[in-house]
Ligand binder design. Sequence first.
Ligand code: GRF
Length: 330
Amino acid sequence: MFNRLREKWGVTPRRFWVIFIAFGLTGTTAAILTRYITGWLGFDETTHWGWKLLLRLGMLLIGYQLLLLMYGALLGEWAFFWKYERKLLQKLGILKSLESKNNYTPEIKEAKLFIHKDFQTPNPQPQTPNEVQTPDSRLQTHIAIFASGAGSNAEKIIQHLKEHISIKVSLVVCNKPGAGVLAVAEANGIPSLVIEKERFFRGDAYVPVLQELSIRFVVLAGFLWKVPTALIDAYPGKIINIHPALLPKYGGKGMYGMKVHEAVIAAREKESGITIHYVNEHFDEGEHIFQATCQIEEADTPETLAQKIHALEHAHFPIVVERLLVNLKI
Ligand code: GRF
């Protein structure tokens, strides 16, 4: 039962127990508080049942939820419980759904597919041969792609932005010598940098190198290391990541690659998808920018789901990166 719940929440075992404890403390405190308020108001057996019901409902709908947020915050799980509350408010129809879902299609033309306020249709690119301009590197936004694996997403982004007038992929950063993404960089004539743990986590996080190359934006495309504070501070709101599931479920430490798809299939979910989000100091917890979904059939396995997710990523990620950069005018 605990495992199913943990998979439903999509969290690591440690976080599961913290969240579980927060629920427990909230329930106990709410019960004690209700008894205390009942006494304070002078309720007894002669009190009309309607008043008692009103108190219990008030406690459940307001007191309990506030306590949950309080204990969540105290135990370092504010993000989880804030999302939990927002979901509840959405279910009750109090908060309009923030999560836009779409069908599995590469033709993204409508801004409504994007859930972030910064998304709009980008400025039209030159259409006719006369209007074609040669990109001026000094005027372009230089971005770096961080990746640890095969680099299929990096490749799609590089291809998509190859002739872009205002965006240039100027660096590929990788923590694994020999990773496929390094070959992708080489094939596309993009410089690459293989980074070391010590300097990344306990040194300058390679910020001076990025600045030297005028990097203004960082895209994590299958990058498995946590991003250190030094890098986040140097690029506030300018680092995004793609996660192969519908966050907040199936995210957090240890949830990557096939582990995510295995967990989704084990939980017998009916759909999965991708989440593109800003990066903060916690794994997979930054503000969501975009989500797209795909259906899971009975016959799907973690492997077939991985294929569907990859196709979704390839269809959407390059366009989201482009639109975000064009609209943010970074
Ligand atoms: C993608 O599924 C991405 O969501 C995850 O890592 C995978 C990278 O795949 N974070 P690739 O290296 O781009 O092929």
